[in-house]
Design a protein around this ligand. Structure first.
Ligand code: HXC
Length: 259
């Protein structure tokens, strides 16, 4: 598949999707959003992909939604623009396969929001996070007001959103926004290592776990436990459960088939 503002590579069942609009610090315009949507749809059904890594080309991960495109919008047009991003980021969050953000640089506004729609964030020491929207006269619009408090708590989220402060990777790790901070040169290797570790496990079990966590977090704990129980039971209808437990009893490594 050909893209104008994205690059897509596949290696060992890992897809590396990079936003490639470095001259505008990978700002999310409509074209980037629509191309990302296409790529995610393709990767969703790609049997040869277990884990997706999302990153940015150049010095930014994503420096936000495209301010120049948003500048002239009417309220209705702004709502439509927000809707495209919100639906895309929800698709990224709910895609069965794990998605890891390799945050190489600025992750501001829509960029921070995009990273939060991913399951995990590995950040380069050079990465910077923030929701600077109030400095532009707007609120976050790609669900930052929803995901940031769920990740770091409402008090910290309010501080970041009300002040527009930009924080470095270490601070982002300290408040629980980032899983791990690594050397810039090691960012892709470290992220690949994590992706490969996940990819070596039983993928249906990984996907059901993601579903249980995502659905459970959005409901009450009793319903969440019901969801987990059903997905746990569903694993017992998979060949990988038989293989995983047989391999354990035969003291050998499992050979999972993702079935
Ligand atoms: C459009 C952008 C952009 C953006 C950077 N650029 N961010 N264009 N939208 N969000 C462009 C600049 O205009 C410039 O283009 C080029 O990228 C390089 O940027 P510089 O500012 O020259 O780089 P630098 O001095 O290194 O500063 C980096 C920066 C700064 C601190 C990240 O670019 C910046 O503050 N960007 C905006 C960050 C932001 O406010 N993001 C939130 C947007 S609102 P030229 O042509 O001059 O070289 C948002 C809302 C989401 O995300 C919800 C929507 C529904």
């Amino acid at each position: 598949m050909e893209f104008n503002s994205l690059t897509l590579q596949k290696e060992d069942k890992i897809a590396i999707l990079k936003i490639n609009r470095p001259k505008a610090l990978n700002a999310l315009n409509t074209e980037v959003l629509l191309e990302l949507d296409k790529a995610i749809e393709e990767l969703k059904s790609d049997q040869d992909v277990n884990v997706i890594i999302l990153s940015g080309e150049g010095k930014a991960f994503v420096a936000g939604a495209d301010i120049l495109e948003m500048k002239e919008k009417t309220a209705n047009e702004a709502r439509d623009f927000a809707k495209v991003g919100i639906e895309l980021f929800r698709k990224i969050e709910m895609i069965e396969k794990p998605v890891i953000a390799a945050v190489n640089g600025f992750a501001l506004g829509g960029g921070c929001e995009l990273s939060m729609a991913c399951d995990m964030r590995i950040a380069s020491e050079k990465a910077k996070f923030g929701q600077p929207e109030v400095g532009l006269g707007i609120t976050p619009g790609f669900a930052g007001t929803q995901r940031l408090p769920r990740l770091v708590g409402s008090a910290k989220a309010k501080e970041l959103i009300f002040t527009g402060d930009v924080i470095d990777a270490k601070e982002a790790e300290r408040i629980g926004l980032v899983n791990k901070v690594v050397n810039p040169e090691e960012l892709m290797d470290e992220t690949m290592k994590l992706a490969k570790k996940i990819s070596s496990k039983a993928q249906l079990a990984v996907r059901y776990s993601k579903m249980a966590i995502n659905r459970g977090i959005e409901t009450d704990v009793e319903t969440g436990m019901e969801i987990e129980k059903d997905l746990f039971a569903l694993c017992f209808a998979t060949e990988d459960q038989t293989e995983g437990m047989t391999a354990f009893s035969e003291k050998r490594k499992p050979d999972f088939k993702n079935k």
